[in-house]
Design a protein around this ligand. Structure first.
Ligand code: 13P
Length: 252
């Protein structure tokens, strides 16, 4: 089944207001020639309104890097899905490895956020991936299967149309050490098989699974050529227009 590729930039905790707007404006200029793929950028919360303004009229969607599972109230420091919609977000990244392993988020917490984000009308980029010790210990598939199964608990097959899974091996994030195309394909195929078990073949076939972890223009095409690699979630190389456009061209 042909799935339209989806390339998203995760800006993480980088840039400032001027740099965010300049990057968004630069991408907006290129977007018209890149329509063969779906595109999104995920700036830090505080720059979302300005980035959304710079991208308005372009086909590039805006996403946040996290959200909380309550609507409003006494949750100091948190941001709700309704707030993200209010400032122009279509997407939210949930379960990113830095949220899991630096901040300490559990599968159960990530699941609550995913369920709420979908109820709030956001599209979810749901990240999973194993640590180096887990890969070396031969438990990659077990870890990713657990993360997917718990993370999607209570998510309906219909809602899965608004979920993208992002496989990001933790040892490949920001390290310059990319998974080989075969390593990526193997985990993506396993994940799609699990989605088939959980939701049936139509959902498994339609769900896009991005790869993330040191994706750059020079390795994007071979990763994205794999049968079950439907896009990329890009960190460092999404911070410069030329680098990000090079990856997108690799997907086309
Ligand atoms: P890098 O592309 O910098 O390795 O980051 C990947 C990532 O974590 C995207 O969410």
């Amino acid at each position: 089944m042909a799935r339209k590729k989806f390339i998203a930039g995760n800006w993480k905790m980088n840039l400032n207001a001027a740099g965010s707007v300049a990057l968004a404006a630069g991408l907006a200029k290129e977007a018209a020639s890149l329509g063969a793929v779906d595109l999104a950028v995920c700036p830090p919360f505080v720059y979302i309104p300005q980035v959304a303004a710079a991208l308005s009229g372009s086909a590039i969607g805006v996403g946040a890097q996290d959200m909380f599972y309550e609507n409003d109230g006494a949750f100091t420091g948190e941001v709700s899905g309704a707030m993200l919609k209010d400032v122009g977000c279509r997407y939210v990244i949930l379960g990113h490895s830095e949220r899991r392993h630096v901040i300490g988020e559990s599968d159960e917490l990530i699941n609550r956020k995913i369920v709420k984000a979908l109820a709030d009308g956001l599209d979810v980029i749901f990240c999973v991936g194993e640590l180096l010790a887990e890969r070396d210990g031969g438990v990659t598939n077990d870890v990713v299967a657990r993360q997917v199964t718990i993370g999607l608990s209570g998510v309906s097959g219909e809602q899965m149309a608004r979920v993208t899974v992002a496989y990001e091996p933790v040892w490949a994030i920001g390290t310059g050490r990319t998974a080989t195309p075969q390593q990526a394909q193997d985990v993506h195929a396993m994940t799609r098989g699990l989605l088939n078990t959980l939701y049936g073949q139509a959902v498994a076939d339609a769900t896009r699974i991005q790869y993330g972890g040191s994706v750059k223009a020079s390795n994007a095409a071979e990763l994205l050529n794999q049968a079950d690699v439907d896009g990329a979630l890009v960190g460092g190389a999404s911070l410069k227009v030329a680098d990000f456009v090079g990856i997108i061209q690799g997907a086309m």
